[in-house]
Design a protein around this ligand. Structure first.
Ligand code: PLP
Length: 496
């Protein structure tokens, strides 16, 4: 153990003096307020992508814990000195990688309050306000995205965990008592199959792994020219599987795929689910948030006919990670799939109030509704819609820049705020273009003012620029475009 301070400034019993929360809390808030201020004094003073090598931060940290308590001054100084240099700044307005998520002032305040109150929402009585706030907040979100039917909503950490719960419901609905009897060694259970597109997020594969359904039983259907699942091909696959004695149990449709933000036809998938007796899960982890914009509400057309739905406010609704809204139609089925009340958890109000522990794997749950509620209230329906509209406009502007520049091409439609594009000069073969685009991305990311990621479409490397950060302005997009063009010139020149 290291012995950083001979006299423990923090005492040996009880909490730290709450006065320290006041003094150091003010210091932390001041630091964050500066960090979130647009311009060179804020997050923009750091490279977006951490410019460190694997292991560097670990090597800079003491290998052993302190023998005595250390002062908050020393700890906070180390955050700035040791951890910030190893931070990739998702809150930097030049963050365009993956889905460019960001937190916001009301979201941060909600997170702070939740940590201070530290309620554990396992039962209604252990957190009545948090439980009912979650019910109300998710109903608000449902209304904001234009869903009309009644859904049961809960907040889970991620869309990955949500789809695992959704497929557990589908398995339960199939009626083989898997919850009690498991799957292994049973001759009475056919192979259970799930259908999605080849562009569906890998979290569905992980759900298959976790639930013992097996990855080979996730049938990945090809997409059309606009990267939407081919429903005709899915229909044929279901029929073929059924003829072979397998049992189709679920379909996953995506509103905003990870690679291109393409939107599967949910109405057509709802028809197919009804006709084939399958559960329909709609993964609107990214695209669902955009339905707060009235003219984008069509994105969720058909979703009222689905069985479960996921929307990630931590992706595009300015709520700090983690916060996933998970909805199911049949609340009783979800409860049947997961409820297990140990003697010590029986409460008198369990039939009349929501005990969230009954609706998923987790017993203990933190209060994630508070930050979402504060975001929804602070921005309002019009403020949320306008911010998302602005992101879509910026993405369209960027797509225009790519389209009109020689040597560059757009690689997918831009329905939301993600642009897929690449440097594709004439006379250069595809393999070279792939290498060059990766090199261009590496240069831009190393420069530190923007951060981009890539994907592969039709076997070719494609760059992705996602606008989603609440502080991104046109100048950041223009800066990124200038960096990309400089990098392309340098990469092409180096190859000559
Ligand atoms: N679904 C889609 C379409 C996604 O793009 C992602 C992540 O980017 C996920 C699901 C998984 O999200 P999470 O990180 O919340 O598990």
């Amino acid at each position: 153990m290291t012995d950083a301070s001979p006299m423990p400034p923090t005492g040996l019993t009880g909490d730290l003096d709450p006065a320290l929360l006041r003094s150091h809390g003010a210091q932390v808030l001041e630091w964050l307020a500066t960090y979130l201020t647009p311009g060179p004094g804020g997050a923009e003073r750091y490279p977006v992508l951490a410019q460190v090598s694997p292991g560097a931060i670990r090597a800079a940290l003491p290998a052993a814990p302190p023998a005595h308590g250390e002062s908050l001054d020393a700890i906070l100084a180390d955050v700035e000195r040791l951890l910030i240099p190893g931070t990739t700044h998702w809150n930097h307005p030049g963050f365009f990688a993956y889905f460019a998520i960001s937190s916001s002032v009301p979201g941060i305040l909600g997170e702070l309050l939740a940590a201070g109150l530290d309620t554990n929402q396992m039962l209604w009585r252990t957190a009545p306000a948090a439980t009912e706030l979650e019910e109300v907040t998710l109903d608000w979100l449902r209304q904001l995205v234009g869903l009309r039917t009644k859904w049961f909503g809960q907040i889970v950490d991620t869309a990955s965990v949500a789809v695992m719960h959704a497929l557990a419901c589908a398995r339960e609905a199939a009626g083989f008592e898997v919850r009690e009897r498991g799957l292994a060694g049973r001759a009475d259970v056919p192979v259970l199959r799930v259908y999605c597109s080849e562009l569906t997020h890998s979290s569905v594969d992980k759900a298959m792994i976790t639930l013992g359904l097996g990855r080979v039983n996730l049938v990945k259907i090809p997409v059309d020219a606009a990267f939407r699942v081919r429903v005709d091909a899915m229909r044929s696959a279901i029929a073929a599987d059924r003829a072979a004695g397998m049992r189709p149990i679920a379909i996953v449709g995506t509103v905003g795929t990870t690679s291109t933000t393409s939107v599967d036809s949910i109405p057509a998938l709802a028809d197919l689910a009804a006709e084939s007796g399958c559960w329909l899960h709609v993964d609107a982890a990214y695209g669902g948030s955009a339905a707060v914009v009235p003219e984008l509400r069509y994105l969720l057309d058909g979703t009222d006919r689905a069985d479960s739905l996921v929307i990630n406010p931590h992706k595009w609704l300015f709520t700090p990670v983690d916060c996933t809204a998970f909805y199911v139609k049949d609340r009783a089925l979800l409860k049947r799939a997961f409820s297990l009340v140990a003697d010590y958890l029986v409460t008198p109000e369990q039939e009349i109030a929501t005990n969230y522990m009954d609706y998923g794997v987790q017993l203990g749950r933190r209060n994630r509704a508070l930050k979402l509620w504060m975001v929804l209230r602070a921005f309002g329906a019009d403020g949320l819609a306008e911010r998302i509209r602005a992101h879509c406009d910026l993405a369209r502007d960027f797509a225009g820049m790519v389209h009109y520049a020689g040597d560059w091409e757009l690689c997918a439609p831009v329905p939301l705020a993600l642009v897929c594009f690449r440097f594709a000069p004439d006379g250069v073969d595809d393999a070279t273009r792939d290498r060059w685009n990766l090199a261009i991305m590496a240069r831009v990311n190393a420069e530190g003012r923007s951060y981009l990621s890539h994907t592969v479409l039709d076997g070719r490397v494609v760059l992705r620029l996602a606008v989603g950060n609440i502080r991104t302005e046109r100048r950041h997009v223009e800066q990124c475009w200038a960096s990309l063009r400089d990098a392309a010139r340098a990469v092409a020149a180096a190859a000559e």
